[in-house]
Design a protein around this ligand. Structure first.
Ligand code: HGY
Ligand code: MN
Ligand code: MN
Length: 416
């Protein structure tokens, strides 16, 4: 396939302006974003993205999970499209770039093709996946999981948030239930640009991460049941303190993860304490243990040791305990052909690069099940993400999107 000339580059100022414009929707309280999935702010972000796609001459399709697909025609309408995208939803204390860089970087690829009047054989489709973060509705990557056949649409529709609102009802409320069957679209290839969300590229001074693999993820929700009682008048031997049980289990989670250093990680980000009153011993605690590793056997070992150790802790403290698997996917090996296209693009453009394993989960991890897929990463400041201070440089955004442009356009086959 003819590769794009190394002089072909995207417009970094236009990309940056779009990133900053999108960041105004669902602002956080510390300079980042709180544009959680299926909220009114998510709807506003979707509307802005759709307006930009309309202005770029794209045809928008939406499926029944709210996934958005903006299509630029190719010269061969029967050729399977090359897809490029990520997600616009954010964490409650999210940054301006997690996910958004991948969606608007994909749009910038289209805008640059339009500027240059370049046609490709394969159509190109820019994607916004619904609910990548899984923070309001677990699990993460929910809608791309339905697309890849991992979850049913009905199961996704039944996911509830902390207030009991259902995913399907909220999607309907914001007016983004599309008419396409989820997963009906077939892809020639899928590319996702994403910030690293870790420190490696910045520390090593590399412009580009050529993502060869994604580590696996396991989310286990643990429910501990003790007995509410007065924190002052209840003698220590009589207590059934679910909060104490959680504290000991979280120590165990940390110990298990460290036992598999340097790659495994473990923590709990979601914790609900009931009744969460200053002078009531917690009678119930619900929390989600997030284990990750590039090695499936390590994930299985961590899950098994959590169950055994937490059960023992609960017994010692006279607590009830329940485990529920609420999310997870196996480690991912991305498509060698797509990975090579990314590596060739970085080399052609003169960007420093290194192979990297994605520490975070991404929609690409599910799409990889149904289409040749790979990812491109750019550095982020101090490796920080899922924090409103998340930051990247315009140069990093440019380098990542230049590489995205070349990988996508080479795969879509320039016609002229
Ligand atoms: O959890 C993840 O890795 C992703 O940010 N949803
Ligand atoms: Mn993301
Ligand atoms: Mn994220």
């Amino acid at each position: 396939m003819a590769a794009p000339g190394e002089n072909l580059r995207i417009n970094p100022d236009r990309l940056w302006d779009s990133l900053m414009e999108m960041a105004k929707i669902g602002p956080g309280v510390a300079g980042g974003n709180n544009r959680q999935t299926l909220t009114d702010d998510d709807a506003k972000g979707r509307a802005l993205f759709k307006r930009w796609c309309d202005e770029a001459g794209l045809t928008m399709g939406v499926d029944k999970a709210g996934n958005m697909f903006a299509r630029r025609e190719g010269t061969d309408p029967d050729a399977l499209p090359v897809y490029v995208g990520s997600h616009l939803d954010t964490q409650p204390t999210g940054g301006k770039f997690d996910g958004v860089l991948g969606v608007l970087g994909g749009l910038e690829v289209i805008r640059t093709l339009n500027d240059l009047g370049i046609r490709t054989k394969h159509p190109i489709v820019v994607v916004n996946w619904t609910n990548e973060e899984g923070t309001r509705f677990a699990p993460a990557m929910l809608a791309s999981g339905v697309f890849a056949g991992v979850h049913t649409l009905d199961w996704a529709y039944d996911r509830t948030d902390a207030k009991g609102a259902k995913f399907g009802d909220e999607l309907k409320r914001i007016g983004w239930v599309g008419d396409e069957e989820v997963g009906a679209r077939k892809m020639h290839a899928y590319f996702e640009l994403h910030i690293e969300q870790g420190p490696i590229l910045e520390i090593e001074g590399k412009d580009i991460g050529v993502v060869t693999h994604g580590q696996g993820l396991s989310w286990t929700q643990v429910t501990l049941t003790g007995k509410e009682a007065h924190t002052g008048s209840t003698p220590m031997p009589m207590r059934k303190n679910a909060g104490l049980g959680m504290a000991r289990i979280l120590e165990l989670v940390d110990e298990i993860a460290w036992s598999h250093k340097p790659h495994a990680v473990g923590a709990a980000g979601h914790i609900d304490v009931h009744p969460n009153s200053r002078n009531v011993i917690p009678g119930k605690v619900v929390f989600t243990v997030d284990f990750r590793s590039p090695d499936l056997a390590v994930i299985a070992d961590m899950e098994q040791r959590l169950k055994a150790g937490a059960t023992k802790i609960a017994e010692d403290l006279g607590l009830g305990i329940e485990f529920l698997k609420v999310g997870g996917f196996d480690p991912v090996t991305f498509d060698e052909g797509c990975v090579s296209a990314v590596r060739r693009a970085a080399e052609r453009l003169g960007y420093s690069h290194r192979n990297i394993i994605s520490g975070a989960g991404h929609d690409a991890c599910w799409v990889n099940r149904v289409a040749p897929t790979s990812m491109i990463m750019c550095p982020c400041v101090d490796g920080l993400s899922h924090n409103e201070a998340e930051d990247i440089s315009k140069d990093w955004a440019k380098a990542g999107t230049d590489v995205l442009f070349h990988a996508v356009v080479e795969t879509a086959e320039i016609v002229g």
